[in-house]
Design a protein around this ligand. Structure first.
Ligand code: FAD
Length: 475
């Protein structure tokens, strides 16, 4: 019988130990993806990530079909679906890659038990090499980034990535139609900007990395903070869905470094960002409640002021602060936001508007194509000041100065807020200070074509500091 490869968020053919183990068994291979709406072991996906998943599954299905291997799609709890599929296919083996989180491991253990009990003749290959992360989160616990990353890098290098194995084609069994899963929007179709921006799948991931090494990485160490430039990799959704592994990225960067195509400061800085990904995953492993509970309990008493009107203005990019609004519109249109602007928009929601970080985290979860169960809540807690190794709460970003510093010509604002495009660069981050003549020339009418600021920066800053003072003394 065939070897079934159970794909999860490892939607690729290369550097895939489960696929390699199945191929090495000499059996024909049958791919399987199980859509478990109840999210056993993982958080149900948001809308943008569901769109990505559909594209990634289509890409994987096409890549497997080129070598005659089917990808079977089934819906339901894995512990029920998997034994059914193994029986229908008359399978002799099942293989899957280990996942890093304890809840995921518990879900996988349940599947292993039921297969072992009910189908004892099926070989289970599951104790395979870890590829989702560079390190094993169970073996390491760190709440401060720098020593954490030192420990991880001391243990590198990760093993060389596996090539695409020479798959043996096999017979197929019944599969759901992807279109019936309802992962993609129909009416209204809000995904146009996503389609323009991204190519989900392994080939799209490899192309992004190649482009980044050609054009982006030179200057990364200093220019990665500039949302108006293209000096970051945009690999995050590809990494999230396992279309490329951190080990593959690591090795490709090392090769670029050795051949002089990348400079050491840029390569080190870039790899340390992969380190932040590892750090967040490590936090989630040890704090499964990361998206719900403050890591610093004193924040449980924080005087948030929930207000739907303010939350909606932020979500829609209508706060009146151009750098904040440009970021929120980039998020809505493309499913991604530049890291510097994620920090600015998150800080604005939590500190200027006193909205609970969990409300912002939920919006990002629904709208980001790279929405990650570890990086998203860990970063929100970091910005809010309640996280591990967090920015101190009293460090409050000034959205005007941040805009002027990191989008100095206003090119990023002009791209996402065309209503402001005609304003001179010197004033574009504070349109309310433009002269009546400048506004008239640019066709800007505050409160009409573009909102007036919903809060005054200096006032909001003082209010945030006063709110923090209320919980500061708590242990
Ligand atoms: P690059 O600069 O090219 O970095 C390479 C890779 O390193 C990224 O693809 C990513 O996997 C990882 N990385 C970079 N920065 C971070 C970071 N600060 N924390 C963790 N990993 C990092 N990242 C997500 O992948 N998913 C999320 O849901 C997410 N939510 C965030 C929410 C907030 C409020 C903030 C401030 C940051 C969040 N990040 C998240 C981290 C970071 O903004 C993105 O990973 C990064 O912008 C992705 O762009 P890139 O691939 O071009 O990054």
């Amino acid at each position: 019988g065939p070897a079934v490869v159970w794909f999860r968020f490892d939607l690729r053919l290369s550097d895939n130990p489960a696929l390699t183990a199945a191929t090495d068994s000499g059996r024909p291979v049958l791919g399987l993806f199980v859509q478990d709406e109840a999210g056993h072991g993982s958080r149900p996906l948001g809308a943008a990530a569901r769109w990505w998943l559909a594209g990634s599954l289509r890409a994987l299905q096409a890549a497997l079909a080129r070598v005659g291997v089917p990808l079977i799609l089934r819906r339901g709890p894995a512990a029920v679906v998997i034994p059914d599929v193994l029986r229908e296919a008359g399978a002799g083996m099942i293989a899957w890659n280990p996942r890093p989180m304890s809840a995921e491991q518990a879900a996988d253990d349940a599947v292993r038990r039921i297969v072992a009990e009910t189908l004892p003749h099926v070989a289970i290959a599951d104790g395979l090499r870890r590829t989702a992360l560079l390190h094993d989160p169970a073996a390491l616990r760190g709440r401060v980034f720098t020593p954490f990353w030192k420990t991880v890098t001391a243990k590198l290098a990760p093993p060389a990535p596996l090539p695409v194995p020479p798959l043996r084609a096999g017979l197929s069994i019944a599969s759901d139609r992807l279109a019936d899963w309802g992962l993609e929007p129909t009416a209204p179709d809000w995904a146009g900007g996503l389609r323009e921006t991204w190519t989900p799948g392994e080939a799209g991931a490899a192309a992004r990395l190649a482009d980044f090494l050609d054009q982006g990485i030179a200057g990364y160490a200093t220019l990665r903070d500039r949302p108006d430039l293209a000096h970051v990799s945009m690999l995050s959704p590809h990494l999230r869905f396992g279309e490329i592994t951190p080990g593959q990225v690591w090795h490709t960067v090392q090769t670029a470094l050795a051949s002089g195509r990348a400079a050491a400061p840029d390569a080190d800085k870039f790899l340390s960002e992969l380190g932040w990904r590892e750090f967040s995953q490590n936090l989630l492993h040890h704090h499964p409640n990361l998206a719900a509970a403050n890591l610093q309990p004193r924040f449980d008493a924080f005087p948030w002021r929930p207000d739907d009107r303010l939350l909606r203005a932020w979500q829609r990019g209508a706060t009146g602060y151009p750098i904040v609004d440009a970021g929120m519109r980039q998020l809505w249109r493309t499913g991604w936001m530049h890291n510097r602007v994620r920090m600015i928009t998150a800080s604005f929601l939590v500190k200027h508007l006193l909205q609970d970080w969990r409300a912002g985290e939920a919006w990002f979860w629904d709208t980001l194509v790279d929405a990650d169960p570890a990086s998203n809540p860990a970063s929100w807690q970091w910005v809010a000041g309640c996280g591990a190794d967090a920015a101190p709460y009293f460090r409050i970003f000034n959205p005007i100065l941040q805009g002027e510093k990191f989008d100095p010509d206003g090119a990023y604002v002009r791209r996402f807020i065309p209503e402001l495009a005609g304003l001179p660069s010197a004033i574009i981050h504070q349109p309310w200070r433009a002269s009546p003549l400048e506004r008239a020339a640019a066709g800007v009418r505050l409160g009409d074509t573009y909102p007036a600021p919903i809060v005054d920066h200096a006032w909001a800053r003082n209010r945030a500091l006063a709110a923090f003072a209320e919980i500061k003394s708590n242990a």
